[in-house]
Design a binder for this molecule. Structure first.
Ligand code: ATP
Ligand code: FE
Length: 337
């Protein structure tokens, strides 16, 4: 079995994955959303303190599995430095004390492997990663070869939902709040710009759209001057503009990429409105769409464990004294390392 730890942002999570069957035998996550909600976003130092309380609490429950462990895995990048270090400190201690090999896991690769927790791997795969810190289209040829085809120039999808929600006084995380409000709104009420609509660039940008939302909020008298209907209509119009932007750029990639399997991963892949738009796009291009089970879309240690299984087979271990929150390898052009 492998014990995996995730603490890259505001979720403290530990999982136990059985190597032979790839089954998740134990998985627990303690989310800090409620504690960060009043700030409209994650406060790193607070997150770090909360991990220091939650991780040992979860670890205690995994004690019955300790004898059968073959490796310890931990997210070491990318993420918030002070929160990653909480998970890393725990993983180093376990690896040293129990004399088990240590596996460093790239968080975004973990999101990609969330697809394979309950299903067998289908590679090659074209992946849209939409999360709190990233918007990327990645060609996943194999475990070793993941190439970034398009990336965000500024705010990520999840971040733009969070910031717009904060401006409307909705709380954190903004994604589920805006999606729920949008169901009650008129998506055609506000004419918001679809980012990079006339640009040949195959990239993502959401800060201009966020600014357009801010101007509408100001016109409506700020978050307090807005009615419930205003909030719902602006949420729906914003979500529609995000969808149109993602689809427009993805279409250009779909037209060039022959890979038949397509997947959406990351926290924002839980969004049903965006999922359904991509299902239509996949139907149009004859592609098969995949998503992870809802419980594994946002950050969790089960996806870190699933990736770690593959790393374990390949002996991709690191000395506990060498592990750090940045990769030792030099960034290679366009590759997800
Ligand atoms: P990264 O994975 O890039 O390091 P992260 O780990 O912070 O960032 P995730 O946990 O993958 O991000 O996703 C969290 C993000 O997903 C938040 O920004 C949240 O608002 C967004 N999100 C969650 N549910 C939805 C939804 N239904 N619609 C849109 N966004 C959503
Ligand atoms: Fe994440």
């Amino acid at each position: 079995m492998i014990l995996s730890i995730e603490s890259s942002c505001d979720d403290s999570s530990i999982a136990i994955t059985e190597i032979a069957t790839k089954k998740v035998l134990y998985h627990k996550k303690i989310s800090q959303e409620a504690q960060h909600s009043c700030y409209g976003g994650v406060v790193p130092e607070l997150a770090s303190r909360l991990h220091a309380v939650a991780l040992p609490e979860i670890l205690k429950e995994t004690q019955p599995y300790f004898e059968k462990l073959k490796a310890i895995a931990v997210t070491n990048q990318p993420g918030l430095g002070v929160t990653l270090l909480e998970g890393i400190a725990m993983a180093k201690t376990l690896s040293t004390l129990l004399e088990l090999p240590l596996i460093p896991v790239h968080h975004l690769k973990g999101h990609i492997y969330s697809l394979f927790i309950e299903k067998e791997a289908t590679l090659p795969l074209l992946v849209l990663l939409i999360s709190g810190g990233h918007t990327q289209v990645i060609r996943v040829e194999s475990f070793e070869h993941m190439e970034i085809l398009a990336t965000s120039m500024d705010d990520s999808v999840g971040e733009s939902f969070d910031k717009c929600a904060k401006m409307m006084g909705l709380g954190y995380p903004g994604g589920p709040l805006i999606e729920a409000l949008a169901l009650k709104g008129d998506e055609n009420r506000f004419d918001l710009p679809v980012p990079l609509r006339n640009s040949p660039l195959i990239a993502f940008s959401l800060s201009g759209l966020k600014n357009a939302v801010r101007l509408h909020i100001e016109e409506l008298g700020g978050s307090e001057g807005m009615s419930e209907q205003d909030r719902a209509d602006l949420s729906a119009s914003f979500q529609k503009a995000v969808k149109l932007h993602l689809l427009q750029k993805s279409k250009k990639i779909f037209a060039k990429e022959k890979i038949r399997d397509f997947a959406i991963v990351g926290g924002a892949s839980a969004n049903k409105y965006i999922r359904s738009a991509y299902q239509d796009l996949c139907d149009e291009f004859g592609k098969t769409m995949h998503v992870a089970p809802l419980e594994y879309c946002a950050d969790n240690a089960a996806m870190i464990g699933r990736y770690a299984l593959e790393a374990y087979k390949r002996n991709l271990f690191i000395d506990p004294n060498e592990i750090d929150i940045v990769s030792n390898k030099k960034q290679q052009n366009g590759m997800l390392l």
